[in-house]
Design a protein around this ligand. Structure first.
Ligand SMILES: Cc1cc2nc3c(=O)[nH]c(=O)nc-3n(C[C@H](O)[C@H](O)[C@H](O)COP(=O)(O)O)c2cc1C
Length: 361
């Protein structure tokens, strides 16, 4: 059987077992559609968007591709304490950044009470729009939602950072599971144990999950070229989910300064940190990451810390200051060589085809 065809590609209706990972905050309709149009599965990270905006995004993607695509949400939207965190906590956290706002000539943001957004309202839009694929991180959606997805023919894809999380997703009736290794860029989507205690690498995590569950496994974390794709398939995955490599291409929602960092000298030095958002995530080590790092330093609960650092990232980006903004990236950033999506995917498929072992039917 050809390397690119299996149970998962048939279920998803795609030609190649290549998923472009969703990016909360940095997704772009053009990128999602470009990957889907090629025959992979483009994804869009909609966690940060209100329901009306999600509806628009789905319509826009449908205007750009007739192929299957995935919409992605975070099941858990906030951490303990987000609703009770007060102005005094905000001012204490802001004080540590105040010098940077001043040096950028930006005014200090004011305290605004947290306005929670509901996962249930976001997912309602996806179900009503009958999106082809609903993928998610940070938990397992309630049974009624998964039941409704099944009734509507929406394929569900959960994310696991440990074998135990994969089993829970399978037991809940999820159709496929992303095995997210520690190399991956962005947040660790852990939900059973602390993220710091769920840091297995892709090479170990994928076969352990593939041995444990019967649903198809999608390998994520560190896959950036044909070698990674072939390795993931040999390890038992039926597809790969690549993130960082797609962030580096022109169609992505990342800024020019972020893309420069991904191809720069420091791209190989990433670290996992909570300081940018309050939840553990991987990005290129930079000045802000180091300054906010001391263990005793107070961080606002997710998503308040994310909003705070975002208010600095906006003027930092405008001023070309890559040292003062999150530069999300996985460990394979130095391998990432994608400028144009179609050219990158064509080459990838060619390279994999040249070396992939043929499997018996
Ligand atoms: C900036 C950024 C944002 C991300 N946001 C999400 C998200 O909202 N939902 C999700 O399931 N995965 C998210 N991811 C993970 C990617 O979709 C993908 O699984 C991961 O990047 C794969 O590892 P790699 O970066 O080594 O290729 C994000 C990754 C990055 C770099």
């Amino acid at each position: 059987m050809a390397w690119n065809r299996n149970r998962l590609t048939a279920r998803l209706g795609i030609e190649y077992p290549i998923v472009q990972g969703p990016f909360s905050g940095l997704s772009c309709q053009r990128l999602t559609a470009a990957v889907s149009n090629f025959g992979g599965l483009g994804s869009f990270g909609a966690h940060g968007l209100p329901p009306e905006a999600i509806r628009d995004v789905v319509a826009e993607i449908r205007g750009l591709t007739a192929r299957p695509f995935a919409m992605n949400l975070w099941v858990s939207m906030e951490d303990a304490g987000a609703r009770t965190s007060d102005a005094a906590a905000f001012e204490r956290s802001l004080a540590r950044l105040a010098g940077h706002f001043t040096s950028l000539g930006a005014s200090l943001p004011g305290y605004e009470p947290y306005a929670p957004r509901r996962f249930e309202d976001q997912v309602r839009v996806l179900i009503d729009a009958r999106v082809p694929v609903f993928s998610f991180v940070f938990g397992v959606p309630p049974r009624e939602i998964l039941d409704e997805c099944r009734t509507q023919g929406i394929v569900t894809v959960g994310t696991a950072t440990t074998p135990e999380e994969a089993s829970l997703l399978e037991q809940a009736g999820v159709d496929a599971v992303v095995a997210s290794g520690f190399e991956a860029g962005g947040h660790r989507g852990s939900f059973l144990r602390e993220a710091e205690d769920s840091l297995t690498g892709t090479f170990s995590l994928v076969p352990r999950i593939a041995d444990r569950v019967a649903i198809p496994v999608i390998a994520a974390g560190g896959v950036a070229d044909a070698r990674g794709v072939v390795a993931a398939l040999v390890l038992g995955a039926q597809a790969v989910q690549m993130g960082t490599v797609f962030l580096s291409c022109e169609e992505s929602g990342s800024s020019a300064i972020h893309r420069d960092a991904l191809s720069g000298d420091r791209a190989g030095h990433t670290a996992l940190t909570r300081v940018f958002t309050g939840r553990l995530a991987r990005g290129i080590h930079n000045r802000l990451m180091g300054e906010l790092a001391p263990k005793d330093a107070e961080l606002l609960p997710y998503p308040l810390q994310r909003a705070l650092t975002k208010s600095l990232a906006v003027p930092a980006e405008a001023a070309g200051r890559a040292d003062l903004m999150p530069l999300w990236a996985g460990q394979s950033a130095p391998l990432a060589a994608c400028t144009d999506v179609k050219a990158f995917l064509s080459r990838l498929v060619e390279d994999v085809t040249a070396v992939a072992p043929r499997r018996p039917r």
